[in-house]
Design a protein around this ligand. Structure first.
Ligand code: F6P
Length: 525
């Protein structure tokens, strides 16, 4: 049966009209003095305040009942047991299995799920100890770049890595050129991460890096390249000196916990990376065992369904109030929108209801000087998800209290509304309030707490996908653009636009007038 035809779904649809209209957070807090406690959900290393969302106990209970009707516990068990949960690719989704299996036996025995991880940790230690490597350049895009970049930015400070870490994702040569200019080739190691070893951007960057290394006359250039892939033979054929394996069953956007995490292990050391894995495993255990109503990934996944599908809020603002989490919005964009940006059910029938909202955002307090005006007084109401960390890693007086006060103050203003003090312009200076937000609280930003936070987000995505009845582990929607781009790139070289639609032909002709012909050969200086 279609999920939206279930009585539990239809009851929620009926209830939702009230929460889209008359429901008022200020009245809800007045009526329920214990609302903050009632919507506080604790998980390992993360506490969530869900009280400022447009729901109440009966709604959350009804959402949990719907999830139960849709067999979330059984589907969760299948995911965590490594069963095939990605039917269109006939694969399991092994991210939790890999870290769980590793946690049980970090030193072996040989295991296809964890061998690549063990090899990666050994290599990371060797790189950290190698006096001849000063720079590590990670080439990877999407899940092969976002997770490592986020984790390195969040955690590298204070973990004693001697090497400088650089990340390049875009095929835009400006990014690679910016990184390469001034780097000493003979003291640089490239990590080329591509699960499929068919992503044009990453392979283009890798080929240019190889040309750069050869142009510098570095002996044995292949020794300066480590590949991470599920297609080892393709990587070797391209001249990679070493290849680390990642299991086919680990999805790209879920691959931080595999050998793709190499730059993180170089930054943190094997022990630090083990902490990252341990935090994620603690969250996995919480997700596997906590009752649905007190299960943080479950509550967040159900909240995502409630906000998007039932309340019609088409996006969610992600506002991490910590500089180390500045890439969290981009990471969650891929994790959520590539996982649940689907319009057909598992049986390939078009869905009559909305699935995932768009995810966007910037670190706080920057966003307060960019889009919080829209959040407070715009005509569209969307939820804001704050992430705050109680303990700073700096000792600069006054900064952290200001940061936390801003996060809490913004959430308070979104909910309470009203007029700014001294306001003279009714209407212009009115804040409607009743605008929802979630507060995710970490005591400190450590490998363990980051591991738990990211595992929590992975599982919330899965929970929402179960309710929506979609496959969160495939991404067929990215294939067409890749194919068309390859055709246009070949046409660009031939200056051939015959048969193209008028717009694309016009754009190609515009590009062809570039002074430096697009695609001119050259290696960064
Ligand atoms: O965006 C499409 C995608 O396949 C992502 O799912 C993946 O993380 C990224 O491209 C990179 O893929 P690969 O690791 O195979 O280069």
């Amino acid at each position: 049966m279609r999920h939206d035809q279930l009585p539990a779904w239809q009851a929620l649809r009926e209830q939702s009209w009230h929460y889209q209209g008359a429901f008022d957070l200020r009245r809800a807090f007045a009526k329920q003095p214990g609302r903050f406690e009632a919507f506080r959900v604790e998980a390992p290393h993360v506490v969530a305040d869900l009280s400022k969302n447009l729901w109440d106990g009966p709604v959350l209970d009804a959402l949990c009942a719907l999830a139960d009707t849709l067999q979330l516990p059984q589907k969760r068990a299948a995911l965590l047991a490594g069963e095939v949960v990605n039917p269109t690719e006939g694969r399991p989704a092994l991210h939790a299995c890999v870290r769980g299996r590793w946690a049980e036996a970090p030193d072996g025995p040989a295991d296809p799920w964890t061998d690549g991880l063990r090899d990666m940790l050994a290599l990371a230690e060797a790189v950290r100890a190698d006096p001849e490597i000063d720079h590590v350049v990670h080439l990877g895009i999407g899940g092969s770049g976002l997770g490592p970049e986020l984790a390195v930015q969040a955690l590298a400070a204070g973990h004693g890595a001697r090497q400088r870490l650089h990340f390049v994702a875009n095929v835009d040569g400006h990014e690679l050129q910016e990184v390469l200019s001034g780097l000493p080739p003979q003291r640089t190691l490239f990590v080329v991460a591509s699960k499929s070893w068919s992503t044009a951007e990453t392979l283009q960057n890798a080929r240019t890096a190889q040309a750069w290394m050869q142009a510098a006359g570095v002996p044995q250039p292949e020794r300066h390249f480590v590949a991470i892939s599920a297609k080892a033979e393709r990587a070797r054929a391209m001249g990679m000196g070493r290849v680390l394996h990642m299991p086919d069953g680990v999805g790209g956007r879920f691959s931080l916990w595999s050998a793709v995490g190499l730059p993180v292990a170089v930054a943190l050391g094997a022990a630090g990376f083990a902490e990252l894995l341990a935090g994620a495993v603690e969250m996995d255990r919480h997700f596997a065992t906590a009752p649905l109503r007190h299960n943080l990934p479950v509550c967040l996944g159900l909240l995502d369904v409630w906000n998007s599908t039932f309340l019609g809020m088409s996006s969610r603002c992600v506002a991490p109030y910590h500089h180390g989490l500045r890439r969290l919005p981009a990471y969650l964009q891929q994790l959520e929108m590539e996982s649940n940006g689907k319009g057909v059910c598992l049986q390939a029938r078009p869905l009559p209801y909305t699935t995932t909202a768009a995810v966007w955002g910037e670190p706080g307090s920057n966003g307060q000087h960019a889009f919080f005006q829209w959040l407070h007084q715009g005509t569209q109401r969307v939820p804001t998800e704050f992430t705050v960390v109680r303990q700073p890693r700096h000792a600069l007086p006054g900064h952290h209290e200001a940061l936390l006060a801003n996060a809490f103050g913004q959430a308070q203003a979104l909910m309470q509304g009203g007029m700014a003090s001294g306001a003279q312009l009714p209407g212009h200076q009115d804040f409607p309030g009743n605008r929802p937000s979630t507060m995710l609280l970490l005591d400190a930003l450590t490998p363990r707490s980051l591991g738990a936070l990211l595992a929590m987000h992975e599982h919330r995505v899965f929970v929402a996908s179960v309710v929506w009845g979609i496959n969160c582990f495939d991404q067929w929607g990215v294939e067409l653009g890749k194919t068309l781009a390859l055709d246009l790139q070949a046409r660009m070289r031939r200056q051939d636009w015959v048969g193209l639609d008028a717009s694309t032909a016009g754009l190609m002709q515009w590009a062809a007038q570039a002074r430096t012909p697009v695609g001119a050969p050259g290696v960064p200086a």
